[in-house]
Design a protein around this ligand. Structure first.
Ligand code: ZN
Length: 220
């Protein structure tokens, strides 16, 4: 899994700075565009202490199996990956401390979408569809169950030794299994999900099998 590092680091830096003054910050929305690249975050500042914030921790990535996890400070001594069977995992890399919570606030970005539609900036027609699509993606990304990073579909395909699955098909299949899943506005060929990469791989293999059967059953 890859982290939208610019967003996370920016939020983390702001969080550390404000915590020193007795405040906490939460992102209302975080926007990334590869043109530039451009990166913008709107933050809300509240009174509080860093230890009150469960969204400040560490992100791990296992080079061996591709699994990514988030850890709180109290879990720092117990970091391992399921592929290492509880043993010390030398294949893991750890980043942090970082902001590990949602990059957007659901009600705030939903309100932005409503306003954008009212003002004629967002709609389903071609002329303003990009903003409609972006804000809808941000609403999806604000689901609190989703991890801070995303998984590239090419990584799922490479590890599963199959063709790259269509994003919409794998998102639908993961949701049917009860996982949270959506596209990432940061990179088109990636998904955000709380499903472990091993289950993403098995789901992608099943989808490829279904597509192959459908192809065989097509009338000639
Ligand atoms: Zn692993």
């Amino acid at each position: 899994m890859v982290s939208p590092l610019a967003a996370i680091v920016h939020n983390s830096g702001a969080l550390r700075e404000s915590a020193a003054s007795g405040f906490l910050v939460y992102p209302l929305f975080s926007y990334y565009s590869y043109h530039g690249p451009v990166f913008r975050v709107m933050l809300q500042v509240c009174r509080g202490h860093l230890q009150d914030n469960s969204n400040y921790g560490f992100i791990s990535y296992c080079n061996k199996c591709g699994h990514s996890q988030t850890f709180h400070w109290a879990e720092l001594g117990q970091i391992t990956c399921s592929c290492c069977n509880g043993m010390v995992c030398h294949s893991m890399v750890l980043s942090g401390p970082l902001w590990t919570g949602p990059l957007h606030d659901t009600s705030f970005v939903s309100e932005m979408l409503t306003l954008a539609r009212d003002w004629g900036w967002a709609c389903k027609s071609k002329k303003c569809f990009d903003l409609e699509k972006l804000l809808n993606q941000m609403v999806d990304e604000s689901e609190p169950r989703l991890p801070p990073g995303y998984i590239k579909l090419d990584e799922i395909a490479r590890r599963a030794k199959i063709n790259t699955p269509p994003a919409s098909a794998i998102i639908t299949a993961l949701k049917e299994q009860g996982y949270a899943a959506c596209r990432s506005h940061i990179i088109p060929n990636a998904i955000k999900t709380d499903c472990p990469i091993s289950s993403c791989m098995s789901t992608a293999r099943e989808l490829q099998g279904e597509r192959y059967i459908n192809h065989l059953q097509m009338p000639v």
